[in-house]
Design a protein around this ligand. Structure first.
Ligand code: MTE
Ligand code: MO
Length: 388
């Protein structure tokens, strides 16, 4: 190839030559900004965003998304007890509790089992406006959890499967003013049927390379279509039991309180964080002359999407186009584009909304006012831009 080949041509060329990637998805769609295109900054965001608010936290700048998969050194990261270091040589995944054959497996043994690939984009249940940066999309490789549980043999009386990470910290349990402090592992659980369903995966690779420490090296659980917290990193033990697991991050944190009107009366409902709620947001606005482009992201539980629409100021909802490279995979992030013609000088408000095939529509801020806790904010997110 000549030295003059532009990145855009190179990308187009390599797509044509290589065809689609392993999963029917090209590794790259077009770069963030094509030649001659200029970003239009959001006026409701600070001009610079701190992407690493703490050493063990990282968010993505959604305005700079330039492919289907988030590169491993940009993938968002958050957790409660920092990033533990796990020695891969000494690592063993323990499977204990109500099983016929307790297991202790090395990484080598896990990698020898039949592997599968999954494209899965998720967000932290605390992801929200204005930054929306606690989300990423990846191509993961691992072993179905079900295969592992079948190998161990789950006993009849087992009801719940608990996943412990190698990370731990001091946690308090309080009753009538009496506080007991105990150093505990991070843990989450799944009901028996969910754990034995075909989809949850124990993964050891992200985008074709070993998991990064931030993403849970050497092994993590992924529950496709669920919020980030379910995806236990640095997985060290799977414990099968009959009673409910009431650990802090299962039973006391990661709860949503929402009012529901039943027969004219508001009933307060507390629910556990599980599947991703239907959400879209505008990630970037750009222009090449007078034509403006609006680009955004859709997240949900895997239900097929019917439509994404964009509204400018008080105008009508207009259809946006879903990128087929992202709709091919059930649990991938979906990306959308909308061409905004005839933008006039001045400040404008842009908002997107997504509808799935069951008719579920992304709620407005007003419709979500009955939700009293901040997690699971999937409300329509208006953004502001200044057109000069
Ligand atoms: N072991 C362990 N796993 C964990 C957590 C944790 O604190 N410890 N945090 C969860 C939360 S709240 C989120 S949002 C995701 C973030 O995953 P990421 O860092 O790969 O983006 O990890 C989840 N898995
Ligand atoms: Mo999270």
């Amino acid at each position: 190839m000549s030295k003059q080949t532009t990145r855009r041509e190179l990308l187009k060329g390599s797509l044509a030559v290589a065809g689609l990637g392993v999963l029917g998805i090209p590794d790259w769609t077009l770069p963030a900004l094509a030649q001659g295109e200029t970003a239009v900054p959001f006026t409701d965001l600070p001009p610079t965003i701190n992407l690493t608010p703490a050493p063990d936290r990282r968010i993505i700048d959604v305005q700079k998304i330039d492919g289907v998969f988030t590169p491993k050194d940009q993938f968002f990261t958050t957790q409660h007890y920092g990033h533990p270091v796990v020695d891969p040589a000494a690592f063993r995944l323990q499977i204990s509790g109500l099983v016929d054959r307790p297991l202790s497996l090395s990484l080598e043994e896990l990698r020898k089992m039949k592997s599968t690939e999954l494209v899965f984009g998720f967000e932290c249940s605390g992801n929200r406006r204005p930054l929306q940066g606690l989300t990423s999309n990846g191509r993961w490789t691992g072993v179905p959890l079900r295969a592992m549980l079948e190998r161990a043999g789950v006993k009849k009386e087992a009801q719940e499967v608990v996943f412990f990470g190698a990370d731990h910290g001091d946690e308090e349990v309080e009753f009538r003013g009496q506080v007991t402090k105990v150093n505990q592992q991070f843990g989450r659980s799944l009901l028996r049927d969910k754990a034995l369903s075909p989809e949850p995966l124990l993964v050891y690779a992200l985008n074709g390379e070993p998991l990064t420490r931030h993403q849970g090296f050497p092994l993590r659980l992924l529950v496709p279509g669920w919020y980030g917290v379910s995806n236990v990193k640095w997985l060290s033990e799977i414990h099968v039991q009959e009673d409910r697991y009431l650990g802090k991050f299962q039973a006391r944190w990661y709860r949503t309180l929402k009012g529901e009107t039943v027969n004219g009366e508001v009933k307060w409902k507390e629910t556990a964080i599980s599947t991703l709620h239907l959400k879209s947001f505008i990630a970037r606005v750009s222009h090449d002359g007078s034509r403006h482009k609006v680009f955004g992201i859709v997240l949900n539980d895997g239900t097929p999407i019917k439509s994404v629409e964009v509204r400018v100021d008080d105008g009508p909802w207009q259809p946006a186009t879903l990128d087929p490279a992202t709709t091919a995979n059930k649990y991938s992030w979906k990306q959308f584009n909308y061409t905004w013609n005839g933008a006039t000088p001045g400040e404008h408000t842009l908002v997107s909304r997504v509808t799935d095939v069951t008719g579920k529509v992304q709620p407005t801020t007003e419709e979500l006012e009955v939700k009293k806790t901040f997690l699971e904010d999937n409300s329509q997110h208006p953004r502001k831009v200044m057109i000069s």
